[in-house]
Design a protein. Structure first.
Length: 81
């Protein structure tokens, strides 16, 4: 009653038919990238220049903030007199 029913043929048919000429995927050529010492030097110099500019902006911002605090305290003392 609960026994499985087996097919009459001893081997099942193949699931897919094999083709004679299998297609090989085509590989695209990879572009060659050459890194020269000039390119490395340009990137390093650019990084140094950008870092220096960022440091200059930060120092300028701090000095402007200090000047603003000093001027505000001077103006507040002048209004109290």
């Amino acid at each position: 009653m609960f026994l499985p029913k087996y097919p009459d043929s001893p081997t099942p048919p193949p699931a897919h038919a094999h083709t004679v000429a299998d297609h090989v995927p085509v590989r695209r050529p990879v572009p060659q990238i050459s890194v020269t010492t000039g390119a490395v030097a340009a990137v390093l110099v650019g990084g140094v220049v950008l870092t220096a500019l960022l440091a200059a902006v930060a120092v300028t911002a701090v000095s402007v903030a200090v000047a603003a605090v000093v001027l505000r305290s001077l103006l507040r003392d002048q209004d109290r007199r």
